[in-house]
Design a protein around this ligand. Structure first.
Ligand SMILES: *[C@@H]1O[C@H](CO)[C@@H](O)[C@H](O)[C@H]1NC(C)=O
Ligand SMILES: *[C@@H]1O[C@H](CO)[C@@H](O)[C@H](O)[C@H]1NC(C)=O
Ligand SMILES: *[C@@H]1O[C@H](CO)[C@@H](O)[C@H](O)[C@H]1NC(C)=O
Ligand SMILES: *[C@@H]1O[C@H](CO)[C@@H](O)[C@H](O)[C@H]1NC(C)=O
Ligand SMILES: [Ca+2]
Length: 711
C-alpha cells in the first residue's frame, strides 16, 4: 500500500514536470523582452515587431519590466499609444509620369517606358516594404544599329555578301521602326607578335607571298568607318572600300572593338532615345583578358574610349584585351544589346558568353553571311519581346525580391523578367525591399532599377528608420534623473559616476560596498547573474521561463517542479517558496515585506519603500522553520524510495520470468536427453563397420564389342 501511494506520487510528479515544461514554452516571452534592450534604438534593432515605450516611469518598478516589447503588449501594460516608438518601412513615389505609347511620333525627349521614375524608401531594418514598377516598351522606338565586322582573311566572302547590306537592312528595318540608323566598323587583332605578322616583309602587306590572296592590309585593333547615320547608302560605300587583312593566330581581337564601339558614344553616335544594337559578325573565337600578356601587354584594359583622329583604336597595342565583366559592365552602362552573329562552329562558345554578359544574344551566321538580315531581324524581335530589370549600385545591406506580372496577369515570384511580349504590352513588377542593418545616422543611399537596354530608369533613394523620435527630446541633466544624467526615451543615461534607475546613487556612496549589497555572499555573482544592481538592490530580469525574484534574484518559480504547492526538489530551491508560505501563516506582521520583497506586490512596492522598510526582516525569514510543509528530507526519501521500489519490483519480476524460463528449458532438456538415450541405437552418424555387397557373377564376357561400347 505504501509503495503504491509513492508510485502514484511519483507518476504525478513526473506528469507535473511535463505539464510545467509544456505550459512554460507556450507562455514564453517574446524576443523583444528577452533581448534586454537598454535603449530605444537597441530595441528597434532586435526585431521589426519590437516597439519601445518612452512613457515616464514605465516599467521602472521591481521586478525589472521591459520597455521594449510587442506594441500590443506595451499598450496592454499601460503605455499610451503616443509614447510608443515603432517605425514602419514605407515607400513613397516622388516622380510618376505616365507611360508613353508611341515612340518616334511623340516629342523626342519625352518617351517614358518605366513608371514611376523616382521613389524614396524609408526602411526599418528587417521590415520590408514593397512598390510597383510598370514597364511598357513603346511602339516604333528608334533603332541604332552598329555593324561590327571581323576583317580577317577568312571573312573575305562575307565582305562580298554584305556589300549591299545597308540598303536591304534599311528596307527590312523600316517595317519595324520609322527611325533607323546604321553604322559600320571593323576589327582584326592587335598588330603585335604573336597575334599578327610583324616581320619587316609583312609590315605593309601581311599577305606577302600568300598565293591564294597576295594583297591585304596590315592588321589593326578597331576602326570606325561609319558613325551611325540614317544615310544607309553610305554604309554600302564604306563596305565597298574594305579590304581584308591577315593575322597569325586564330582568336581575333573582337572584344577590344566591342568595348570601343560601346564606350565611344559620341564618336559612334549612339542616340539617347533609341535601341542600341551592336551586331558582332565573326567566324572565330575572341581573345580575352590576359591573352595580351603573350605580347607583353601587362596593362589591363581601362574601359575608356581611345579612338584617335583616324577613327582608329589607338591603345590597341598598349592595353590588354577586356575581360567579360568589363565588357558586360560597359555594354549595360551604354544600354547596348550585343548580337553575336557567329558561325555554327563557335555557337556554343558564344552562347556560353551570353550567360555571362547580360543583354546579349547569339545567332548563327552562314558561311558567307547570307542570312545576316534575317538574323538581325530575329535578334531585334527577340530583344523587343523581353523586358528584364537590372539593379545598379544596390546597397549591400539591402535585399530586393521581385515578382513579375507579365502579359497573362499571373504573378511569378522570384522573377525579374518577362518574355514573349507583344509591342505595347505593359508588364509590372512588385519589388519588396528590406534593409538588414543600420548605417551611421543620417546615411542616405540610392540605387537604380533599369530595364536592360532601355535608357529609362527608376531612381530609388533609401533612408533608414533606425532612430527614435523620442531621442530628439533628450534632456541633459534632467531632474527626472536626479540632475545626474540624460533623460531620453523614458530612461536615464546616467553621467559618469552615477547610477541607479534615476541616477540616484553616486559612485562615492555606492562604491564596491553597494555592489556587495547585491551579492548573496562574497564571491557570488551580482544579483545571481539574473538581474541588475541598481543602487543597492537587485532589479531581476524577466525570464522566458517564469518569475525571478528574491533579494538577490536567487529565487525563481521554474527551477523546480511543484505539485499542489509542495515543492519536489532540493532544499536550497525550496527556501524561497517555503518561506513565503510559512511567513504568511506564522508572522502576518511581515506579510507586506514578504510580498514586496519576493513578489513586488503589496503596499510597500507601490510607494517604493520596500527596500528601506524591510531591510532587516528578510534575514529573519531565512531562519524560520516550516512546520506546515512537508520536510524536504521526506520528499527526497520518498522519491529515492519509490525509485528503489520500482527497481526492486522490476528486478523481482525479471527474476521470476527468468526462473520460469529456466525451468521450462531444463524440462525440455531433460526430455530431450532421455529421448536421445532411447534413440542412440539408430544414431545417423553411426555406421556399422561391416558392410555386405553381392556381386553379379554371371556376367557375359562376350557382350563387350570391339570398339569398347556397351550395348
Ligand atoms: C516621428 O515624428 C515624425 C514627425 O515629427 C512623424 O511623422 C512620425 O510618425 C514619428 N514617428 C513615430 C514612430 O512616432
Ligand atoms: C507586392 O507583393 C506583396 C506580397 O508579396 C504585397 O503584400 C504587396 O501589397 C504588393 N505590392 C503591390 C504594390 O502590389
Ligand atoms: C559551354 O558551357 C558548357 C556548360 O557549362 C560546357 O560544358 C561547354 O564545354 C562550354 N563550351 C565551350 C565551347 O566553352
Ligand atoms: C508607504 O506606504 C506604507 C503603507 O501604506 C506606509 O506605511 C509608508 O509610510 C509609506 N511610505 C512612504 C515613504 O510614503
Ligand atoms: Ca588573331
Amino acid at each position: 500500500m505504501w509503495s503504491f501511494q509513492l508510485c502514484c506520487h511519483l507518476a504525478l510528479f513526473l506528469a507535473g514536470i511535463i505539464l510545467h515544461i509544456c505550459t512554460d514554452t507556450v507562455k514564453g516571452l517574446n524576443v523583444c523582452v528577452s533581448g534586454s534592450a537598454t535603449s530605444c534604438e537597441e530595441c528597434l534593432l532586435l526585431h521589426p515587431s519590437c516597439a519601445w515605450c518612452s512613457q515616464e516611469n514605465f516599467g521602472r518598478g521591481r521586478p525589472f519590466m521591459s520597455q521594449c516589447d510587442l506594441s500590443q503588449n506595451l499598450l496592454n501594460r499601460g503605455c499610451k499609444a503616443r509614447y510608443i516608438e515603432n517605425p514602419r518601412s514605407t515607400s513613397s513615389i516622388l516622380k510618376n509620369k505616365p507611360l508613353s505609347s508611341k515612340g518616334s511620333l511623340s516629342a523626342q525627349y519625352d518617351i517614358i517606358q518605366i513608371q514611376p521614375q523616382k521613389i524614396s524608401l524609408s526602411l526599418r531594418p528587417g521590415h520590408q516594404t514593397s512598390f510597383e514598377v510598370q514597364v511598357r516598351p513603346v511602339e516604333d522606338y528608334p533603332v541604332d544599329l552598329y555593324y561590327l565586322m571581323d576583317l580577317s582573311l577568312s571573312m573575305k566572302d562575307d565582305l562580298d555578301t554584305i556589300r549591299n547590306l545597308g540598303t536591304k537592312l534599311a528596307e527590312e528595318m523600316k517595317k519595324l521602326t520609322s527611325n533607323f540608323r546604321l553604322g559600320f566598323g571593323t576589327f582584326v587583332d592587335k598588330n603585335l607578335s604573336p597575334f599578327s605578322y610583324t616581320a619587316p616583309k609583312y609590315k605593309e602587306n601581311p599577305c606577302n607571298g600568300y598565293k591564294p590572296f597576295p594583297n591585304c592590309v596590315p592588321s589593326f585593333g578597331f576602326r570606325n568607318h561609319l558613325s551611325l547615320t540614317d544615310k544607309v547608302d553610305r554604309f554600302n560605300e564604306e563596305v565597298q572600300k574594305q579590304v581584308v587583312s591577315r593575322n597569325r593566330d586564330a582568336p581575333e581581337g573582337g572584344f577590344d572593338a566591342i568595348l570601343q564601339a560601346a564606350v565611344c558614344k559620341e564618336r559612334i553616335g549612339w542616340r539617347k532615345e533609341a535601341y542600341h544594337l551592336l551586331v558582332f559578325a565573326t567566324d572565330d573565337v575572341p581573345h580575352l583578358a590576359l591573352d595580351g600578356k603573350l605580347a607583353g601587354l601587362v596593362q589591363p584594359n581601362d574601359g575608356q574610349c581611345h579612338l584617335n583622329e583616324e577613327n582608329e583604336y589607338s591603345a590597341s597595342t598598349k592595353m590588354d584585351y577586356p575581360s567579360l565583366a568589363l565588357l558586360g559592365e560597359k555594354l549595360a552602362e551604354n544600354n547596348i544589346f550585343l548580337i553575336f552573329a557567329v558561325t555554327k562552329r563557335h555557337y556554343v562558345l558564344y552562347k556560353n558568353f551570353t550567360a555571362l554578359i547580360p543583354g546579349t544574344t547569339v545567332e548563327i551566321l552562314d558561311q558567307s553571311s547570307k542570312n545576316i538580315i534575317q538574323l538581325i531581324v530575329a535578334a531585334y524581335n527577340n530583344i523587343r519581346s523581353k523586358v528584364e530589370l537590372s539593379v545598379w549600385d544596390q546597397p549591400e545591406d539591402l535585399s530586393l525580391a521581385f515578382t513579375a506580372t507579365c502579359q497573362d496577369g499571373k504573378p511569378l515570384s522570384g522573377l525579374s523578367k518577362c518574355a514573349e511580349l507583344k509591342i505595347g504590352d505593359t508588364v509590372s513588377f512588385n519589388i519588396s525591399a528590406a534593409a538588414h542593418s543600420c548605417p551611421s545616422p543620417g546615411t542616405k543611399k540610392s540605387f537604380t532599377i533599369k530595364p536592360v537596354g532601355f535608357k529609362d530608369s527608376l531612381e530609388i533613394s533609401v533612408d533608414y528608420q533606425c532612430d527614435c523620435n523620442c531621442t530628439r527630446f533628450s534632456q541633459a541633466n534632467s531632474n527626472h534623473c536626479t540632475n545626474a544624467g540624460t533623460y531620453t526615451c523614458g530612461t536615464c543615461n546616467c553621467d559618469l559616476g552615477y547610477h541607479g534607475t534615476n541616477c540616484e546613487c553616486s559612485e562615492d556612496e555606492v562604491g564596491s560596498l553597494n555592489l556587495a549589497a547585491c551579492r548573496e555572499a562574497k564571491g557570488k555573482q551580482v544579483c545571481s547573474g539574473r538581474g541588475e544592481c541598481s543602487c543597492n538592490y537587485c532589479r531581476c530580469y524577466e525570464s522566458e521561463f517564469g518569475k525571478i525574484y528574491g533579494m538577490y534574484c536567487e529565487c525563481d518559480d521554474f527551477s523546480c517542479a511543484r505539485h499542489k504547492g509542495i515543492l519536489c526538489s532540493v532544499p536550497s530551491i525550496l527556501k524561497c517558496v517555503l518561506v513565503r508560505e510559512c511567513m504568511v501563516q506564522k508572522n502576518p506582521g511581515f506579510r507586506d515585506c514578504i510580498e514586496c520583497l519576493l513578489f513586488n506586490t503589496g503596499k510597500f512596492a507601490d510607494n517604493h519603500t520596500c527596500q528601506r522598510m524591510c531591510k532587516d526582516k528578510i534575514i529573519v525569514t531565512e531562519t524560520l522553520v516550516c512546520a506546515a510543509s512537508i520536510d524536504a528530507m521526506t520528499v527526497l526519501l520518498a522519491v529515492v524510495g519509490s525509485i528503489l521500489l520500482v527497481g526492486i519490483v522490476l528486478l523481482a519480476m525479471w527474476k521470476l520470468v527468468i526462473t520460469i524460463h529456466d525451468r521450462r528449458e531444463f524440462a525440455r532438456f531433460q526430455s530431450a536427453r532421455s529421448r536421445a538415450r532411447y534413440e542412440m541405437a539408430s544414431n545417423p552418424l553411426y555406421k556399422h563397420p561391416i558392410s555386405t555387397h553381392s556381386v553379379e557373377t554371371t556376367f557375359q564376357m562376350y557382350s563387350k564389342s570391339y570398339n569398347g561400347g556397351v550395348h
